[in-house]
Write a protein that binds this ligand. Structure first.
Ligand SMILES: [Fe+2]
Ligand SMILES: [Fe+2]
Length: 193
């Protein structure tokens, strides 16, 4: 399990597994802030959580899971299919929570259920997927993947534009989908360097 106090800033030796582990810790921290927070603190933490989850899971879908399918001893397709199914389920729950907003009845229950599902999913990745990447993928490739994922995520907006929020101040689904699109495009675009 990652150290939640570990800095999330990139170092020269950071590889894509380091980056994803740091994001798992940050996702857990944001869930705590949403669940324990009130008012604007809660709303802002939920905004940040939605965007980080969108960027993180998109990077895993585009880069990590396809790579894991090719590795020996990782459980291959069956393991990856399970992770993808968990991600799909989490996305559906998240869209429901986004649509209702943080003040909706049912949000408190839904966010706890989503937290439990997402953290379990993260633990499975850490146990059954990431170790095989470290074992079978060359270190310099894992480091360049970290750079690619960071660059892709840097193109995503950090906060939704106020006009993207509904009259009730609830986060619309649009910004989360924009993050997915931008990260996906940036990862798929061939590197210019
Ligand atoms: Fe994932
Ligand atoms: Fe993950």
């Amino acid at each position: 399990m990652p150290d939640t106090d570990a800095p999330a800033s990139p170092g020269p030796q950071e590889d894509v597994v380091d980056l994803l582990l740091a994001q798992h810790a940050e996702i857990e921290r944001l869930f705590l802030l949403v669940i324990g927070g009130t008012g604007d603190t809660r709303r802002d933490a939920f905004d940040d959580l939605v965007k980080l989850l969108a960027a993180h899971e998109t990077a895993e879908e585009e880069v990590i899971h396809p790579l894991a399918r090719t590795l020996p001893g990782s459980g291959g397709d069956a393991m990856v299919d399970e992770r993808l199914a968990e991600e799909r389920q989490a996305k559906e729950t998240l869209q429901t929570l986004i649509a209702g907003g943080v003040d909706a009845g049912g949000f408190d229950t839904g966010i706890v259920l989503l937290r439990d599902a997402v953290l379990t999913h993260s633990r499975y990745e850490e146990r059954y997927e990431f170790p095989h990447l470290r074992q079978h993928v060359p270190a310099d490739r894992l480091r360049s993947l970290a750079t690619a994922v960071r660059a892709a995520e840097a193109t995503a907006p950090t906060r939704p534009h106020p006009s993207a929020q509904s009259a009730k101040g609830n986060l619309a689904a649009g910004p989360a989908l924009a993050v997915v699109d931008r990260v996906r495009d940036a990862i798929r675009k061939p590197s210019k360097s």
